[in-house]
Design a protein around this ligand. Sequence first.
Ligand code: ZN
Length: 147
Amino acid sequence: MRTQRQVVDYSLQKRALLRELRNGQVGALEVCDASPYLKNAARFHGEPTEDRCPVCRRDNLTLVHYIYGDELKQSAGQARKLAELPVLAMTLREFQVFVVEVCQSCAWNHLIQQYLLGRDALNADELDRDAAVAVSSSGRHRVTGWW
Ligand SMILES: [Zn+2]
């Protein structure tokens, strides 16, 4: 997506957790703990992937996109279909997207990425591409579990 910025990738954390799982340092029940809300969000708003669940290998992972930001008001914290995000990005100045992967078989779930979307980035793109790159590479790190 063209306006995607301040991308934070959590694949390192995910790999570390999977390693701990294989070593027996964490139990499957601790990491396969998707809430009923998250599983519903995966079912109704999720984006199917071709990637097998790294824990059970029974099912493909589903990506759930949660949106968060002051402008969203009562919609903040809701899951949205990926196709809805470009529309919102044209309407709103700025909002945060959290991408969570979910296995609907074993309930494995992990935050894999977060980024900002919104019209603000279009202006930044047009006015000063270099500045926009500088902002996106600085990134913000915040691991949350509010879903
Ligand atoms: Zn699984």
